[in-house]
Design a protein around this ligand. Structure first.
Ligand code: NAD
Ligand code: UD1
Length: 340
């Protein structure tokens, strides 16, 4: 297939590009580099053995996207471009509605004008809010508590409406749980700008000595060791889930949603221990107050993805930790951050 991959220079997008190209698909990336770096394109090529086509631009730019679709005869879109910082979305909600919702609107207008029949969208488990039961399946009630989550929910709703009005269109919303880790080469991975908000990048920076100590947000949750439990999924498994979604759309139309997770949760302390073992470095930590908006425990029901997409996460926690560490080590020995 000829795939337009929005946000393809980002953390998840770069892994999706590698997986798609390795499976023989043509990949055209549109990314405005607002949270990534151009040299990722070369790193993708180093791994996949060929350069993806790259356009620096905004997905909300209808003329640009229509031109890209026509020029490359795009038949499928994987849409990952967007902002993702929960905390920032609470401070600057309009920034999130503008980029995530309006950006998607522009992309959808371009797709409709050029009659592109398939779309895979990166949604998030955050739309489920505080789990009312576990594991969380796709029918779980939705409740968002921040603008980031609401932007994902709005987009899912827009996609449902469009799909109802255009029955030939196929849409898959992938609801990611907690993507971590990196490609085995250590060439691509996650490099957050500024202080990391998420657990894994923070753990990596403490292990490498960039930060002194990890604050563990809450030690009194009703979980086996008192710390929060999440469904961490290897980013390569997640990327392969996008390939499975594209395959699904080659023979299905309509609107569909699937969780992408492993179906199993690990606590913060289990993550720290696993990371220490794989990296050979200690991760000093202290238990602090709970973080506002956090839930005790969340993990996915993965049966729908197994049945519908014929996809399952296979990589173990050890691989998530060792690959994240390999990427960090290459960054450190390279002497610079690609996000500089
Ligand atoms: P990322 O920031 O690394 O990647 C997003 C990419 O999109 C970046 O390269 C950025 O430059 C680009 N971008 C942003 N706005 C754009 C625009 N208007 N036009 C063109 N490019 C634009 O983030 P990521 O972790 O790779 O996440 C990818 C997607 O997955 C996001 O939509 C995010 O909300 C979603 N998601 C991520 C997680 C996670 O934990 N990383 C969890 C659930 C959902
Ligand atoms: C966060 C977002 C969620 C988003 C997801 C993936 C919030 C409230 N939620 O979820 O919307 O979809 O990232 O990007 O931000 N932890 C620490 N110390 C840290 C960082 C995290 O103890 O420095 C703990 C958290 O309390 C949690 C676990 O580690 O128990 C995972 O946290 P994180 O990586 O931020 O992911 P989520 O909270 O699941």
């Amino acid at each position: 297939m000829k795939v337009l991959l929005t946000g393809g220079c980002g953390y998840i997008g770069s892994h999706v590009a590698v997986v798609l190209m390795s499976a023989g698909h043509e990949v055209v990336i549109v990314d405005d580099l607002s949270n990534s770096h151009r040299d990722v394109v070369g790193r993708i090529a180093d791994i996949a053995g060929q350069l993806p086509v790259f356009y620096q631009g905004d997905v909300g730019d209808v003329a640009l996207v229509r031109d890209v679709i026509r020029r490359h005869q795009i038949d499928s879109v994987i849409h990952l471009a967007g902002f993702k910082s929960v905390g920032e979305s609470v401070q600057l909600p309009l920034k999130y509605y503008q980029n995530n919702v309006c950006g998607t609107l522009g992309l959808l207008q371009a797709m409709e004008a050029e009659s592109v029949p398939r779309l895979v969208f990166s949604s998030s488990a955050t739309i489920y809010g505080d789990p009312q039961y576990l594991p969380v399946d796709e029918a779980h009630p939705q409740r968002v508590i921040n603008a980031y989550g609401r932007s994902k929910l709005h987009i899912e709703g827009m996609l449902q409406d469009i799909s109802a009005s255009r029955p030939s269109l196929g849409v898959v919303c992938l609801r990611y749980f907690n993507p971590v880790g990196a490609h085995g080469s250590g060439l691509i991975g996650e490099y957050p700008r500024g202080t990391p908000n998420n657990l894994m990048p923070y753990v990596v920076q403490v292990a490498s000595g960039e930060r002194e100590v990890l604050n563990v947000f809450g030690g009194d949750y009703p979980t086996p060791d008192g710390t929060g439990v999440r469904d961490y999924i290897h980013v390569m498994d997640l990327a392969e889930g996008h390939l499975a979604a594209l395959n699904f759309l080659s023979s299905n139309s309509g609107w569909h949603a699937f969780n992408l997770g492993t179906g199993r949760g690990f606590s913060v302390l289990e993550m720290i221990r696993a990371f220490e073992k794989e990296s050979g470095h200690t991760v000093p930590y202290r238990i602090t107050a709970r973080r506002e908006g956090d839930v005790a425990c969340s993990y996915a029901d993965v049966q729908a993805a197994a049945r519908g997409l014929n996809w399952k996460a296979t990589r173990a926690l050890e691989d998530m930790c060792s690959s994240a560490w390999r990427f960090q080590s290459r960054l450190s020995t390279g002497g610079r951050s690609p996000a500089d």
